[in-house]
Ligand binder design. Structure first.
Ligand code: ZN
Length: 288
């Protein structure tokens, strides 16, 4: 900075911090009689922040998670401008009302297609299912984000790019890319040492998912935050290839396994260090 450049014109670099909520129990029956007791995998929210302002990506599920997340955001002493929701699954936005109560100046946004998908998760039957599985834990009031038509927004002059990924673990999923710091907040397009939700995929959707991963790899990122990760695992770009390999292994073994149990055991043996060994992640959400 020279003497003629005002501080306001100087772009400070952005920083990133990741909040990970541990896995949690769910009430109900496993879809298959093997694997760990019914439970939900650990999930992340990401804070991107400059000198004054911040953007949060994804908003957790339960009141306790969203309150802990809000306390953690407050520790950063930044103005929370925007909450970006990567996709429609409830585990990424049910905590939103708690966050908007704590940060009333923030705007919550998602792509128009994701907002459309979110309406289903706000419908009474799906709310009831979630309240049954997480008794007393889901916020009384549930809110969705506003549709955002652009494919970029900014934080202190830095561009944040929305990447539409189509159907990965969810229809109309997205990732968020911050070129100035080589950051990808991948949403559930990337998993990090955590069993992936392949229970809602088809051979075709897995092809699209792999194309989405190749799209992220081509950006040559320095940091990649997965939507679900083993607590403490580094946010490494190698998670893109790990996710791709898991999908390819699942695709291959699904064709040859003689039973669901065998497929589950084979996948578990290939990834012994990954967390969340719940059968619903492989065979579909219970009650869905
Ligand atoms: Zn998720």
């Amino acid at each position: 900075m020279d003497g003629t450049t005002g501080l306001k014109d100087t772009k400070n670099t952005l920083s990133v911090n990741v909040f990970t909520a541990p896995g949690k129990a769910m009430v109900g029956e496993r879809p298959r009689p093997f694997g760990e007791p019914l439970g939900f995998d650990p999930a992340t929210s990401t804070l991107i922040f400059g000198e004054y302002d911040a953007v949060l990506v994804d908003a957790m599920t339960t009141v306790a998670e969203a309150e802990a997340l809000a306390d953690w955001i407050a520790l950063h002493n930044r103005n929370l401008e925007t909450i970006y929701i990567t996709h429609a699954h409830f585990d990424h936005f049910y905590g939103l009302s708690v966050l908007l109560d704590r940060f009333p100046g923030a705007r919550a946004i998602a792509t128009p297609k994701a907002v459309e998908g979110i309406q289903m998760y706000l419908s009474p039957p799906v709310q009831q299912l979630a309240r049954r599985m997480f008794p007393g834990q889901v916020p009384t009031k549930l809110l969705g984000p506003e549709p955002y038509k652009g494919d970029t927004f900014t934080l202190e002059g830095h561009e944040l790019r929305i990447i539409e990924q189509g159907r990965t673990d969810c229809p109309d999923s997205t990732s968020l890319y911050v070129p100035s710091i080589g950051l990808i907040v991948a949403g559930d397009v990337v998993y990090n040492q955590c069993r992936m939700y392949v229970g809602d995929t088809t051979p075709d959707s897995r092809k699209n998912w792999i194309a989405a991963l190749d799209r992220l790899a081509a950006l040559n990122p320095a940091i990649v935050v997965a939507g679900h990760k083993k607590p403490g695992a580094p946010d490494s770009p190698s998670t893109i290839q790990d996710t791709k390999r898991y999908l390819q292994d699942f695709d291959r073994l699904q064709k040859t396994a003689t039973s669901d149990h065998e497929l589950f055991d084979q996948m578990t043996a290939l990834y012994p260090d990954w967390v969340a060994n719940q059968s619903w992640l492989m065979f579909g959400f219970p009650g869905a």
